[in-house]
Design a protein around this ligand. Structure first.
Ligand SMILES: [Zn+2]
Length: 233
């Protein structure tokens, strides 16, 4: 009996298996590398790192301003307490107070500038954190769906393999080896359907003799152009 149609059934199963296995590999790759998620994490980390020195600077400026304020209070008290009467000393205190006032004003400006940077970075960090949280939530549900899909594919692969084994048992070893070899060489398609007088895979018209042989179906017939096994519809 001509096994060509049986080989065609095996080929259809093999094509499904190929497609399922390809999808499983895609899912594995997607689960492993997630660029969008990694970028979102990197973005937040870099903003956190950028923010840190500016926050430290703001803290230092605040501390220094507190210290300057304390010194000003101290000198003011001296000046107005009446305890110092020497004009030279009084003048010195006044000079120091002026100097501290300038210093305070400089610190205030520096702090204002720093706070603008800090607030800008904090706002961007907040946005980045929210974006990351959203991506992570999306991934959790997506990954759930992907894991489910992969599980279904694995079950289907197992079912198809069992089915293939059953059908392959109907064909002798040499014929099966011929099929496997052709399938490897012909991009996964060892068997082609004859449509009219044309090979479906390569679209080349066959001779009358070949067409007759395929229709009779007594033996394996090959396409005169691509070399695939031809079967009638
Ligand atoms: Zn052909």
């Amino acid at each position: 009996m001509n096994p060509s149609h049986t080989l065609y059934r095996i080929q259809r199963i093999d094509s499904q298996l190929d497609s399922h296995r390809r999808r499983v590999r895609e899912i594995d790759a997607e689960l492993e590398s997630d660029q969008v998620l990694q970028q979102a994490r990197a973005q937040r980390r870099s903003l956190e790192e950028a923010l840190r020195p500016h926050e430290a600077r703001a803290t230092n400026l605040n501390l220094e301003m507190q210290s300057v304020t304390a010194q000003r209070t101290q000198f003011s008290n001296q000046l107005y307490s009446g305890a110092v009467n020497n004009p030279k000393e009084l003048q010195d205190i006044e000079h120091k107070l002026e100097e501290l006032k300038r210093r305070h004003s400089d610190l205030e400006n520096a702090l204002l500038e720093t706070m603008i940077t800090v607030e800008d970075l904090q706002e961007r960090l907040h946005t980045a954190t929210e974006a990351l949280a959203q991506i992570e939530a999306e991934r959790a549900s997506q990954h759930g769906a992907l894991l489910e899909e992969r599980q279904q594919l694995r079950l289907e692969i197992r079912r198809l393999k069992a089915q293939r084994e059953k059908i392959a048992a109907e064909v002798d070893g040499d014929t099966l080896a011929l099929y496997e070899d052709l399938r490897r060489k012909k991009q996964g398609y060892a068997v082609s359907v004859l449509e009219g007088d044309r090979c479906q895979r390569c679209a080349v018209s066959q001779t009358e003799v070949i067409v007759q042989q395929v229709r009779q179906g007594n033996e394996i017939v090959f396409c005169s152009n691509c070399g695939r096994i031809l079967i009638a519809r």
